[in-house]
Design a protein around this ligand. Structure first.
Ligand SMILES: Cc1cc2nc3c(=O)[nH]c(=O)nc-3n(C[C@H](O)[C@H](O)[C@H](O)COP(=O)(O)OP(=O)(O)OC[C@H]3O[C@@H](n4cnc5c(N)ncnc54)[C@H](O)[C@@H]3O)c2cc1C
Ligand SMILES: NC(=O)c1ccc[n+]([C@@H]2O[C@H](COP(=O)([O-])OP(=O)(O)OC[C@H]3O[C@@H](n4cnc5c(N)ncnc54)[C@H](O)[C@@H]3O)[C@@H](O)[C@H]2O)c1
Length: 492
């Protein structure tokens, strides 16, 4: 084979982490190669994750609006009993979103224009700590090219976890890699797992008319009050929520499956496994040839995203920590910057990473949840400010009064975190994320004028209530008023 081609940075894996890492490295002047084993770039987010799920949720929302809201808002003439999901049209919408995003952001042409050399359909594995081999073919064993680089950024993602449920290997089941491609919707669906994938897909599928049973703890990372309101909403929409672990599954004669969870026996036409994702196939990278340490849980890195071999970095889902597109992208940019600039900027800590589960209402959390804050700082140092959506004018006009805004505050008035349960909670919470990141007090939000009647106006109202309460207690203010304020005749 020809002598190795030389690069400054080689990025392995072209998902959210790899695409951003490669574009950033090239932007800062590095000779950069991006290697992807599949025939197309984009990774989980574009093809199996965020994009198809959010496009699907949009269709399900239209369905729900037509069935449950339109009449209440004065729309006559919709025969709700005739509403049916045209699954092929839903799939067309999903595909058109994927194609558009691919063409605009993820395609090899976009990357090449940004100065990145792209190799698709090539599997990367290390020969030594500075050389990788690219192979292709059905078995992935045909050598294509040998590449030498000063730096590597590994962004190889994660795959579905198959939990230890007796009989699972003997029955047909869906994962997020197959559900968006179904030929037709099943009549009923058991979903194993109540994390973001389980929750988002449970509600969407139920809205399409599939009878859904969700098995597992709903939104396990959120506070109990979030779980309370979301369980109520899910149940009202017709979803059966079974807060138990699935133990076993078997085929039923005549078709369908029988799932056992605790003392419940649940029948369904199809099963979706949404029990988490884990870095897999790391052994195929032959990391030991580069002396890179890894475990079955992922590649350990330091705060600057370096593996134990300093010029080999890793970002995104292959680290085995939080799994979000925005985090993988942020880490990708940072790792590339660190490689190219030679200075070492630290990555974000867990508390700085926002999340949003795109159910309806959405559930968004920034900074610490109330439970986390109490665990970390103690109950006396933490309190919560809550405003329910039935006290928010815009929510009332929108007929969207289920949910709340909760701010978690330290005894010195610092915003430690917030949880928003509301339509567009992800957008509303961003401002609070900035406040947490910048270590702002509620006063900062209270004194920033928000447009009325936005949902975010409620943030200012909530913060202002808190601010006024603190002003009322202020000795300095009382003193000033007694010296030079007007005489008031109001209640004491
Ligand atoms: C259903 C679902 C919905 C989601 N929704 C959201 C959401 O709304 N918001 C959010 O922030 N996150 C969401 N996520 C999570 C998000 O998709 C992931 O966190 C993100 O895609 C991780 O990016 P990554 O670059 O680490 O990995 P990936 O996107 O998985 O990319 C890894 C790439 O590496 C390639 N690869 C692996 N090994 C090799 C090798 N040896 N050589 C070459 N290439 C290799 C793979 O083929 C793959 O393309 C969702 C996930 C799922 C499954
Ligand atoms: N909106 C978003 O940001 C979004 C959407 C989807 C996925 N994601 C990311 O993708 C990753 C995977 O999501 P996920 O929902 O699959 O994983 P998850 O790990 O968040 O949730 C899986 C749940 O399944 C449960 N489970 C495991 N075995 C079970 C059993 N036998 N019976 C019942 N429950 C069982 C687990 O206890 C866990 O609560 C997450 O890290 C998430 O951050 C993010």
């Amino acid at each position: 084979m020809a002598a190795p081609t030389r690069y400054d940075v080689v990025v392995v894996g072209a998902g959210s982490g790899g695409l951003t890492a490669a574009k950033t490295a090239a932007r800062f002047g590095a000779k950069t190669m991006l290697v992807e084993r599949l025939p197309r770039l984009g990774g989980d987010c574009t093809w199996f994750g965020c994009v198809p799920s959010k496009a699907l949720i949009r269709c399900a929302h239209a369905f729900h609006e037509a069935r449950s809201k339109a009449q209440l808002l004065g729309v006559e003439g919709i025969e709700t009993e005739k509403l049916q999901c045209n699954w092929q049209k839903v799939k067309e919408h999903i595909k058109s979103c994927q194609d558009f995003i691919y063409k605009e952001d993820d395609s090899p042409e976009v990357l090449e224009t940004a100065g990145v050399t792209v190799r698709v359909g090539c599997h990367a594995s290390f020969l030594d700590s500075k050389t990788i081999q690219l192979t292709s073919g059905d078995t992935g064993a045909e050598p294509v090219e040998t590449v030498f680089a000063e730096h590597f950024i590994l962004c190889t993602g994660a795959s579905p976890v198959l939990p230890p449920v007796k009989g699972l290997e003997d029955v047909p089941f869906l994962t997020y890699e197959t559900i968006f491609d179904l030929d037709a919707l099943p009549s009923s669906l058991c979903i194993l797992g109540g994390g973001p994938i389980g929750a988002e897909l449970a509600q969407a599928m139920q809205r399409f008319g599939v009878q859904v049973t969700l098995v597992g703890k709903l939104m396990p990372r959120e506070d109990e009050d979030v779980r309370g309101v979301m369980t109520e909403i899910f149940t009202e929409e017709g979803i059966t929520v079974v807060a138990a672990r699935a133990d076993s599954v078997e085929r039923v004669e005549g078709g369908g499956l029988l799932l056992r969870a605790g003392d419940r026996e649940l029948r369904c036409a199809a099963l979706l496994v949404a029990a988490g994702r884990r870095p897999q196939n790391l052994e195929k990278l032959k990391l030991e040839r580069a002396q890179v340490r890894w475990t079955k849980d992922g590649i350990p890195v330091d705060q600057k995203l370096r593996s134990n071999v300093r010029h080999i970095m890793a970002v995104g889902d292959c680290l085995g920590g939080l799994q979000f597109t925005h985090l993988a992208g942020y880490q990708g940019a940072l790792a590339a910057f660190n490689c190219v600039q030679g200075i070492q900027v630290k990555g974000p800590s867990g508390g700085q990473v926002p999340r949003c589960t795109f159910t309806h209402p959405e559930v968004a959390t920034v900074g610490l949840t109330f439970t986390e804050a109490v665990t970390q700082l103690g109950a006396v140092r933490v309190s919560a400010r809550l405003r329910r959506l039935d006290h928010v004018d815009r929510a009332i006009c929108e007929y969207e009064t289920r949910g709340f805004i909760k701010m978690v505050v330290s005894s010195s008035g610092l915003l430690l975190g917030a949880t928003v349960v509301a339509p567009n909670a992800g957008e509303i919470a961003s401002e609070l994320g900035l406040a947490v990141a910048q270590k702002l007090k509620l006063q900062a939000i209270a004194s920033c004028i928000h447009a009325y009647p936005t949902m975010s106006f409620a943030l200012q109202q909530l913060a202002a209530e808190d601010y006024y309460a603190s002003l009322q207690k202020s000795r300095t203010l009382r003193c000033l008023r007694s010296m030079c304020g007007p005489r008031l005749h109001g209640a004491r």
